[in-house]
Design a protein around this ligand. Structure first.
Ligand code: SF4
Length: 505
């Protein structure tokens, strides 16, 4: 069936997949915790580039510094020096709910009487409307009217925790823990939290564990929480274990004091962590992400072989899968595109007329490697397809005789509601096109996507332990149309593949 919107009417966009955030926490008396948090956030920069923030406690006062921009733009020695304490959390943000603004940068800080707490959130809740209603916040109210100083689901969690704070301060100081025990079972969707009060570090993962959160140990005896194990390596911590889905861990002066299960675990790690999000040097489910991506390329070569002269990646995301494809197929591996390593999200976006130029600024072909060759071009995913189409046109201009595109994941057809930013449903290239139509749109000689069962096999983890909703339309947590985000994401729905499995309110 043909698309119900002409391709040329697609909103022009060269946006790639975005992520929800990176979180980091450290409890280590006597160590420069703010500097460690800075290094941890730097290692997790790929998970969010819009804002960065660190909260530090010296046992009495929590100080929060946050701003828009990359970690290295927000923090320098002058800004880190006064952040003295024994306990810190940090956050890199990529907005999925709420606008990209200073108010929505994290950590979120809340004062409650004489106490206070800070929170960093990776993920997206799916029952924000219901939670907000329970707090007396009506749809359309501004942040000022609700007296919550931000429009994110993370700020909403801060408000819920503040309202559940014990009336009388606890002599054992467990106020934040007790408030969380009441709030966490009410949250739905994706959440990996790092939280702190003036003397405790807390890590929380939702019952499905959509987003990773690991626990590490510093040689000096301190503890670290991080979105990815690679961040542990960078601060000199060693991996202890994953925070389990449905678990809250509490770290204080006595060490890892409490491991509390607030819900039955039903692990559904985001499969795209393996495909694209996580750093290649991260370990997930005990498997090296880099090695898994190479195995995806091997599987792709077995599933969709082709006669060609050179296998090349779309750098950098397609590199390991292209290596695996080349190894399995016996076709030589080579470079056909050079990536400008310094183009990040801070780059001034080109005007609409100059969008084609925008891709060239990031990726430039190597004509001497390409001319006259039959190419196998490997990338990890195609979300909106605009960049891919331009890349193919560049390769043809540079003299490629054939372009065979291979993708190391299945067509990305349904929106994510748990914390990955793909924009609106109507922007997803595969939402309403068959593989043949996408091949035509991209202008390639052949196109193949890796089958879902081969992809999960390449991870060497149980297929049941993944969320695959954007690829399979099987949503582990139902989404209701009362949720504002769901409405936004579902604008411009397409009908020929079946609507996402959205529950009625
Ligand atoms: S819907 Fe897709 S991107 Fe979102 S958590 Fe599931 S697998 Fe990951």
């Amino acid at each position: 069936m043909l698309a119900n919107r002409p391709l040329e009417s697609r909103p022009p966009s060269d946006r790639q997949i975005g992520h929800a955030c990176g979180v980091f926490g450290v409890y280590s008396p006597g160590q420069p915790v703010a500097q460690l948090a800075y290094l941890g956030l730097f290692a997790l920069q790929h998970r969010g580039q819009e804002s960065a923030g660190i909260a530090v406690s010296d046992g009495e006062t929590i100080t929060v510094v946050k701003d828009m921009g990359l970690v290295t733009q927000v923090f320098d020695e002058r800004r880190l020096a006064p952040l003295y304490g024994h306990l810190a959390i940090g956050h890199n943000r990529y907005s999925t709910t709420g606008s990209s603004s200073w108010q929505n940068a994290q950590p979120v800080y809340r004062s409650v009487g004489d106490a206070g707490f800070a929170l960093g959130h990776n993920g997206n809740l799916t029952n924000t409307a219901e939670l907000a209603e329970g707090l007396g916040m009506l749809p359309g109210m501004t942040a000022a009217e609700t007296e919550v100083d931000s429009t994110t689901d993370s700020a909403l969690v801060g408000e819920l925790v503040a309202r559940e704070w014990p009336m009388e301060p606890r002599s054992d100081g467990r106020d934040l823990e007790l408030a969380l025990e009441k709030v966490l079972p009410r949250l739905r969707g994706g959440f990996s939290f790092v939280l702190m009060d003036d003397s405790r570090l807390i890590g929380v993962r939702d019952p499905h564990g959509f987003w990773p959160l690991v626990l590490g140990r510093l040689d000096g005896g301190g503890w670290v929480l991080a979105s990815e194990s690679a961040a542990l390596d960078i601060v000199g911590a060693h991996y202890v274990r994953d925070v389990q889905p449905g678990e809250m861990v509490v770290i204080d002066a006595s060490g890892l004091r409490r491991e509390h299960r607030f819900a039955e675990p039903d692990p559904k790690l985001c499969l795209f962590e393996f495909v694209y999000f996580a750093r290649p040097d991260t370990v997930l489910y005990g498997q090296s992400v880099h090695a898994a991506r190479q195995r995806m390329g091997v599987e792709l070569a077995r599933q969709a072989p082709v006669t060609a002269d050179m296998v090349m990646p779309v750098p950098e995301s397609g590199i390991p899968a292209a290596q695996g494809f080349a190894r399995e197929s016996g076709i030589p591996y080579g470079d056909g595109l050079v990536k400008n390593r310094y183009v990040g999200r801070t780059f001034i976006q080109p005007s609409q007329q100059a969008r084609g130029l925008g891709v060239r600024l990031k990726l430039n072909p190597l004509p001497e490697n390409i001319r006259g060759k039959r190419l196998v071009v490997v990338d990890d995913s195609i979300v909106r397809g605009t960049t891919t189409r331009q890349v193919v046109a560049m390769l043809r201009e540079a003299g490629a005789s054939e372009v065979h595109f291979r993708v190391s994941s299945p067509p990305y057809r349904w929106p994510c509601f748990y914390g990955m930013d793909t924009g609106r449903w109507g922007e997803l290239l595969a939402a309403d096109l068959s593989v043949g139509e996408i091949r035509e749109y991209l202008g390639v000689d052949s196109l193949a996507y890796l089958d879902l069962d081969r992809l999960t096999a390449a991870t060497q983890a149980s297929p049941e332990s993944f969320c695959t909703a954007c690829l399979s339309n099987e949503y582990p947590v139902p989404v209701t149309l009362t949720d504002t985000d769901a409405k936004l994401v579902l604008e411009e729905p397409v009908l020929d593949l079946g609507a996402p499995t959205i529950a009625s309110p």
